[in-house]
Design a protein around this ligand. Structure first.
Ligand code: 6CS
Ligand code: FE
Length: 287
């Protein structure tokens, strides 16, 4: 099979900026203008309080289950050993599978991506209080292209808050408009990179100069909101989150929808594929 053309080179000898060569919206843009402009949109009330309770209880159940904690799909905090994330929750839990199929969720993903969609990745992030570490600045697409082999920017993430996102407990930050520039990072991908990168990313990390340039051009938006609010963001937004040293956990469920027209190929800049629980190889559309 001919190797796919690499429109977004990354992880080479030096950092390189490439203008986005893909649409942001692949379907009907009506009402989604802010998503096109900024690379994100917020739904303050996606889930009602009683629905939040159902998903929060399911998150607590999974996190408390020793079998889940021992599962390869769980990532623990480097320091405390507390569960930080659990991947593939849409396959592990019928409750979260139901959220993925919820028309309010998958329907908007289909509209943004202009096609049927499958789940490239899902995870719950617990981000407990008292010191849970954040995620340094990165573009998800840079990793999903380099390591999971997604060819085009036809992927959208939704982060649904399951606890209150205060401006103090390590909320998501996005540079509005940064989705229109692809930042190819310097430095080859180490083998088994995912084992470290899910706790602390190094390959695929932008330089201070590039981050300064992007932040000067776009600013930084901090996302706060009630439990049940949702932030949808394009796969190529430059984003990150701070540590959470407050007593208040910042838990969310994070679902990544990829277009069925953008199926994962071989990694564009990594020696081996990542495990399927991080980068799906089952392209069955969500029904
Ligand atoms: O590597 C990944 O796929 C994951 N890492 C981060 C920090 N965000 C996106 C994704 O969940
Ligand atoms: Fe990310």
């Amino acid at each position: 099979m001919a190797t796919a053309v690499d429109l977004y080179p990354s992880r080479g000898a030096s950092e390189v900026m490439t203008p986005r060569q893909d649409p942001v919206l692949w379907g009907d843009p009506a009402g989604l203008e802010s998503f096109e402009r900024d690379g994100f949109l917020v739904q303050p009330e996606l889930l009602a309080d009683h629905e939040v309770d159902v998903y929060r209880r399911e998150l607590d159940r999974l996190v408390a289950d020793p079998a889940v904690r021992a599962d390869d799909r769980s990532v623990v905090e480097p320091g405390s050993g507390a569960v930080r994330s659990v991947f593939e929750v849409h396959r592990m839990s019928e409750v979260f599978a139901g959220l993925v199929r919820d028309e309010r969720v998958v329907g908007l993903a289909r509209r943004i991506l202009g096609s049927d969609v499958y789940v490239h990745q899902s995870r719950i992030n617990v981000k407990p209080g008292f010191g849970a570490s954040g995620f340094y600045w990165h573009s998800d697409f840079e990793t999903w292209h380099a390591e999971d082999g997604l060819p085009r920017m036809r992927t959208v993430s939704v982060s649904i808050a399951l606890t209150e996102n205060h401006d103090t407990n390590g909320g998501l930050m996005i540079m509005p408009g940064s989705h229109r520039t692809f930042l190819g990072c310097e430095g080859a991908t180490p083998k088994d990179n995912y084992k470290r990168s899910l706790q602390m990313q190094d390959a695929g990390t932008p330089s201070d100069e590039a981050l300064t340039k992007l932040a000067d051009a776009h600013g930084i938006r901090l996302f706060t909101g009630r439990a049940g609010s949702a932030t949808w963001f394009d796969c190529n937004c430059m984003h990150g989150s701070g540590d959470n040293i407050t007593p208040f956990p910042r838990s969310n469920v994070f679902i990544v929808f990829n277009s069925v027209e953008n199926e994962a190929r071989e990694p564009f800049a990594a020696p081996v594929r990542r495990p399927e629980f991080i980068g799906a190889r089952d392209f069955t559309p969500v029904r």
